[in-house]
Design a protein around this ligand. Sequence first.
Ligand code: IMP
Ligand code: MG
Length: 432
Amino acid sequence: MPIKMIVGLQYGDEGKGRAVHYEAKDADIVIRATGGSNAGHTVVANGKKYAMHLLPSAIIRPEVLSMIGPGVVADLKILVDEIEQMRKAGVKVEKDNFVISERTHITFPHHRQLDRLYEMLKSEKVGTTGRGVGTTYEEKARRTNLRMHDLFIGTSELKEKIKENLKVYNVLVSEANKLIEDGIYNEEKFPAITVDEEYNYCMEYKEKLQEFITDTHVIIDNAIEDNKLIIIEGAQSFWLDNDHGDYPMTTSSNPNASGTASGAGIGPTLIDEVIGVIKAYTSRVGNGPFITEQKNEIGDSIREWGHEYGTTTGRPRRTGWLDLVMIKHTKNTSGLTALCVNHLDTIGKFDSINVCIGYKYKGKIIKHVPIDKENCEPVYETLKAGWNTEGATTFEELPKEAQEYINFIEKYTGVFVKYIGVGADEKRTIIK
Ligand code: IMP
Ligand code: MG
């Protein structure tokens, strides 16, 4: 049985949940591999809308084992709240359909405060989601952070680890608070956080999470031996990747395909399919370069028609035309085998559309993405649009211009389009 991966190729929010949900139909295991509660996945299925941050989107399929892998960082409170919300909505979240790796790092209350502190100090703000994700990864890299496994060590050992991890936080906030007192920054002061507060946070949520925490390595090993179908679910996206994306306007993990494989704990030679998800246009939350951005009526229309407001922060998303140069760039870096193109219905509302096929850069036209992306200007090809995808259930039933747009994307990128999204409900998926 194959192992498949679904990753985003733009700036997040491409609708990875659609491809995951579809692929998960026959899957045994779905693994969420990177990121934390900065992610926001919306899945519309069975006539209901589900918004998730940490749970794999396959959780709505009770027959699949949903797994949070070692590469994820998890805010215990957000995770518990999400489990309770899903249960209220009638979704099964029990230990036979949900597990968390004991290696998954814990996001603590002080990580959010640090996220706010770093953004306060930065002259050029990243525009993070403020969920303390980057600062959890930072403490992981500093090798002081705690993992799910630590919830089970003895009281004194746990308190000792928390104390060690909090040292840097408390030094930083006392300095930061002085700057606020001196009126240099106009921000709410940062609270001192005690060992007991974070110990209590661990104990409160341990009770609700302990049944799910396990050695996922053993489960994956057995599943591979037994030829099970495994889906690896990416979060965020290629251009937010801290190594390959728009550094420093990136997220703190590696949501590219290799980082996603690592976060799940499955080696590259075992992965048979990498499905990259894009929108038929581009959107971005947070700051950073955006070559095809439309800060005008076109962008406003995309935002309204495509409901482009952040799932996690509610922020209006920046919007613009599809940039095929940046998609093509991800082809080999991600080892793409197929694409999923979402919002084909949305973009068809325009009479004609632009698609970026090159950049004007230092007096030349280039077809790759240079490191100083902000110095590029888009070169567009204009295509006829004005299509209506209602009622179409196959590629052949799509209006001719809509088919041509998909063919254009395939030809430019050299990657086959497997899925096409023509509506929010996952049923409105065309398989090519
Ligand atoms: P952080 O991941 O909260 O540190 O935010 C870093 C950058 O990544 C910001 O521009 C965020 O808006 C962006 N970002 C993080 N997670 C997501 C996501 O799931 N979708 C879209 N953008 C995201
Ligand atoms: Mg999202």
